[in-house]
Ligand binder design. Sequence first.
Ligand SMILES: CC(C)(COP(=O)(O)OP(=O)(O)OC[C@H]1O[C@@H](n2cnc3c(N)ncnc32)[C@H](O)[C@@H]1OP(=O)(O)O)[C@@H](O)C(=O)NCCC(=O)NCCS
Length: 173
Amino acid sequence: MENLTYRKLSLADKPKLLGLDEAVLKELKERERQEFIIKYFSQYSCEELKQLFNKKRYIMLGALNGNTLDGALRLTIDQDDLAQYHEILGTDTKKCLFGNLMVRPEHRRQKIMTALAGHAIGEADKQQCETAVALIHAKNGPGLGIFEKLRFEPAGKMIEVAQQPYIVVTKEL
Ligand SMILES: CC(C)(COP(=O)(O)OP(=O)(O)OC[C@H]1O[C@@H](n2cnc3c(N)ncnc32)[C@H](O)[C@@H]1OP(=O)(O)O)[C@@H](O)C(=O)NCCC(=O)NCCS
């Protein structure tokens, strides 16, 4: 959407982020059975919330419509946090992880995430990351759809998170 501002989020934006998180989860709960939702999308944990604005670990990006956060994405950049992907993928390139992609339900399919992901790739470039990685629950259709559109490719690996199957996709930057 053209009237949106795309920028890094800071601690001051935390209430907006929680509001978006809530709206996304509410829609999922209404649309799907609770058990299924928990399998492929979960809200930020307390521990994650404490760390989200730790600049060494994450770059939080948002799409803002005035004062309202319509979309967000978390880019993990700490190479220690990403060590497991070096092993999983068998490469030692500098990596970043795309995660917690969320767009307000009423604004979906308006290319907000496409634009936000473009900004994330720009930030990853600045960090000199060579490989972008993402994990998608095997049954998360929208998740699979967006990463396919962003030209991430299946790495041929599945991993289990909380006993759930996740597909690993990557994109060379
Ligand atoms: C996934 C999500 C972030 C996509 O955001 P979005 O702003 O609607 O995505 P975009 O408008 O940029 O979509 C770009 C392309 O991605 C694909 N895509 C997006 N949503 C899709 C869906 N529901 N089903 C299949 N493909 C989809 C399409 O190819 C789409 O292009 P098109 O609209 O021209 O067909 C959003 O649906 C969402 O917040 N879902 C709930 C949370 C979630 O599951 N996040 C993913 C975690 S990995």
